[in-house]
Design a protein around this ligand. Structure first.
Ligand code: HEC
Ligand code: HEC
Length: 297
């Protein structure tokens, strides 16, 4: 009883306070919202950055729920869609061109059309794509690009699997423009640790056939009836599923994961420096010429 009474008194007291406070707070809120809106509108460059901060969050969510299933969370590509974060063909496109691709899709090639999103949402996606593409690193890299080139095509055997600057093997990605939008640390980390973030289905697979012969390499294509496999020598094999006894993913990349011990830190710097150089030399003829000088051997 006493409790109740007390509460009753208290609430009557606060009711009268509320009568003053609520209109006061309402005025304050309205004023501060108006102030924020005015501030955002007047701050130079702000309308864009405020709107885009919000649409970027939205675009990230859209990207992760829709695009990532084909292009990968980081945009570096997956089984059903190409790399849209680092390939020069995509990075070099203008915003308007990218928006056009998103709008119309390339339906014959497996890229759906997203015209239904409307222009604003598409512009947000293009902006988010740019964040995935990162920003080129202009800082000089310690290391000797010419020596890195010699390592790439020589001792380190990168060219057994990769192309750079038009030469090399076809087993793995062409690395010519790989480093164009990355910094030295990211490139080094990728070389040292190819198994990190690896989708096991893109890594090594070992296949035992019913005749007990074996194949190991990476899966290039797979449907219900067949498996297309590329062995380390670069040769493609088309295998009927009925001919396969076991198919085991090794959970590791086909790329050697021991460069941290087979190359010295200085040699790694040289390689990173070469990859950064060759990716820029695509755009800058002068860098290309400089590297060509070291070619005559
Ligand atoms: C069902 C899989 C799939 C989905 C979902 C998808 N894409 Fe694609 N996308 C592709 C394929 C496949 C291509 C390559 C088309 C070609 O070969 O020309 C592509 C191409 C692209 C390209 C052009 C690349 C180039 O080489 O010019 C961009 C940009 C792109 N996609 C962005 C997106 C974005 C952003 C989303 C999400 C809104 C998205 N894609 C959703 C499969 C997909
Ligand atoms: C035996 C073949 C092989 C050799 C040798 C090899 N790689 Fe790779 N590399 C791959 C494969 C396969 C991938 C892609 C799939 C993956 O991530 O496992 C890859 C991925 C990469 C990537 C990431 C490319 C991307 O688009 O994400 C870089 C960078 C790279 N390699 C650099 C090098 C360098 C530098 C060397 C030499 C020091 C080298 N690789 C030697 C097979 C090889």
């Amino acid at each position: 009883m006493r409790q109740k009474n007390k509460r009753g008194n208290k609430s009557r007291h606060s009711a009268s306070l509320r009568g003053v406070l609520i209109p006061f707070l309402a005025v304050c809120c309205t004023l501060s919202i108006a102030a924020i809106v005015l501030y955002a509108q007047n701050k130079p460059g702000a309308p864009d950055s405020q709107a885009s901060a919000q649409s970027l969050t939205e675009a990230k969510a859209t990207y992760e729920s829709i695009c990532a299933s084909c292009h990968g969370l980081d945009g570096h590509g997956g089984e059903r869609g190409p790399d849209i974060a680092s390939r020069a063909e995509v990075v070099d496109k203008k915003d308007a061109e990218l928006a056009e691709i998103l709008k119309n899709g390339k339906t014959a090639a497996g890229m759906p059309a997203f015209a239904g999103f409307g222009d604003t949402r598409i512009a947000g996606l293009v902006a988010y794509l740019r964040t995935l593409q990162g920003h080129g690193d202009e800082a000089p890299v310690p290391g000797d690009a010419a020596n890195g080139k010699a390592l790439f095509f020589g001792k380190a055997k990168c060219a057994n699997c990769h192309i750079a600057g038009g030469q090399g093997g076809f087993f793995a990605e062409d690395l010519t423009s790989y480093a164009s939008r990355m910094n030295a640390d990211d490139v080094r980390a990728k070389i040292l640790n190819p198994d990190r973030d690896l989708d096991p289905r893109r890594g090594m697979v070992n296949v035992v056939l019913v005749d007990s012969s074996t194949l190991s390499g990476t899966v290039r294509n797979e449907d219900n009836f067949s498996l297309q496999l590329q062995t380390l020598d670069g040769v493609f094999h088309l295998v009927n599923k009925t001919d396969i006894r076991t198919q085991t993913y090794a959970g590791k990349s086909a790329m050697p994961s021991d460069y941290g011990s087979t190359l010295s830190p200085a040699e790694l710097n040289d390689l990173v420096s070469y990859l950064l150089r060759v990716s820029k030399s695509k755009n800058k003829q002068s860098a290309e010429n400089q590297l060509e000088d070291g070619d005559e051997d």
